[in-house]
Design a protein around this ligand. Structure first.
Ligand code: SAM
Length: 294
């Protein structure tokens, strides 16, 4: 039986239904962790890194977890008619709000590399022109934006099949707090032609605390207006924030869905250890009324 594109991509990203990092991503992560000091970091620092030791702890504990959840949420969209049409046009524009060390941006880039590789190998695409990706990273912490830039830069410098299919067009950063930075995000969107994917991954909690629920909902609605016609917005959060996710989804008139995935634990002493996580995903097409993109 012939595998579909979806089957082949899923087998690469998630063999035997267990999400795991590619060889390239593992070595990128290991390299970055090795450059940061091994000092004790508090739980808060591990979740919201502000120092080098906090960043190290975040990369060890949360990077892969959030990375896989972004991939699981967006893989279907990227393989859909709209997603493939954006890739065929040759330019993907990602807005990563509360980017941390570019977790969602790297996760999306790896899916794109995998999809393009399969399309070229099955002769659906010629693959003679690389897809350009523009990254717009927004985070209030300098260390997050610094590490995000370094990791994206190193990813494109590393040898690996991804370099054959994709290239980084530009990486732009905004250190002003969302949603106060809306005019900056608007200006960038105007210059690059709108965002194809806007992600808020594990950032609802600090945003709600800083800006308040209503300002956050207004900010999200404003982001809708900055997206391209075939674009998608993804809001991701863990199951411990269920009331918050439901409230936000209600305020913006979208549905949030509970999801679950099993992944390898890369930071465990035994890399074969696996764990199943539940989380919420709110994925929608800002230009359309339907609540959830299928
Ligand atoms: C839990 S981390 C999530 C990082 C990444 N998105 C992920 O999925 O792993 C939350 C990030 O949001 C950033 N942040 C907090 N308040 C923010 C705001 N108002 N605007 C932009 N980023 C913010 C923090 O500095 C932190 O890097």
């Amino acid at each position: 039986m012939n595998d579909t594109l979806q089957d082949r991509v899923k087998k690469d990203l998630c063999p035997d239904y267990i999400w795991q990092l590619s060889r390239v991503m593992k070595s990128l992560l290991k390299h970055q962790i090795g450059r940061l000091p091994r000092k004790k970091a508090s739980e808060d620092e591990t979740r919201y890194p502000e120092t080098p030791e906090g960043m190290r702890a975040f990369l060890e504990v949360f990077f892969a977890r959030h990375f896989f959840q972004v991939q699981n949420s967006l893989v279907k969209y990227l393989e859909s008619k709209d997603g493939l049409s954006i890739l065929k046009e040759g330019h993907l524009r990602i807005l990563d709000i509360g980017s941390g060390p570019a977790v969602a941006s790297l996760a999306i880039t790896e899916i794109v590399a995998c999809i393009v590789e399969h399309l070229v190998h099955s002769s659906v695409w010629r693959g003679n022109k690389k897809i350009r990706v523009t990254y717009v990273l927004n985070d209030t912490e300098g260390i997050c934006l610094g590490v995000a830039r370094t990791m994206l830069g190193n990813y494109f410098k590393m040898g690996g099949k991804h370099g054959k299919w994709i290239t980084c067009a530009r990486t732009l950063t905004s250190q002003r707090a969302f949603p106060d930075n809306m005019s900056q995000l608007q200006q960038i969107a105007g210059n690059i032609g709108g965002y194809d994917i806007a992600v808020l991954s594990y950032v609802l909690t600090p945003l709600k605390e800083n800006a308040g629920l209503n300002a956050l909902a207004v900010g999200l609605s404003d982001v809708d207006g900055l997206c391209s016609s075939k674009g998608q917005v993804l809001v991701l959060q863990d199951r411990f924030r269920t009331p918050l996710v439901r409230k936000i989804a209600g305020l913006i008139g979208r549905l949030a869905r509970k999801e679950e995935l099993t992944q390898r634990l890369n930071h465990a002493s035994n890399e074969n250890d696996k764990y199943t996580y539940s989380y919420y995903t709110c994925l929608y097409s800002p230009g359309r009324d339907e609540a959830v993109c299928e």
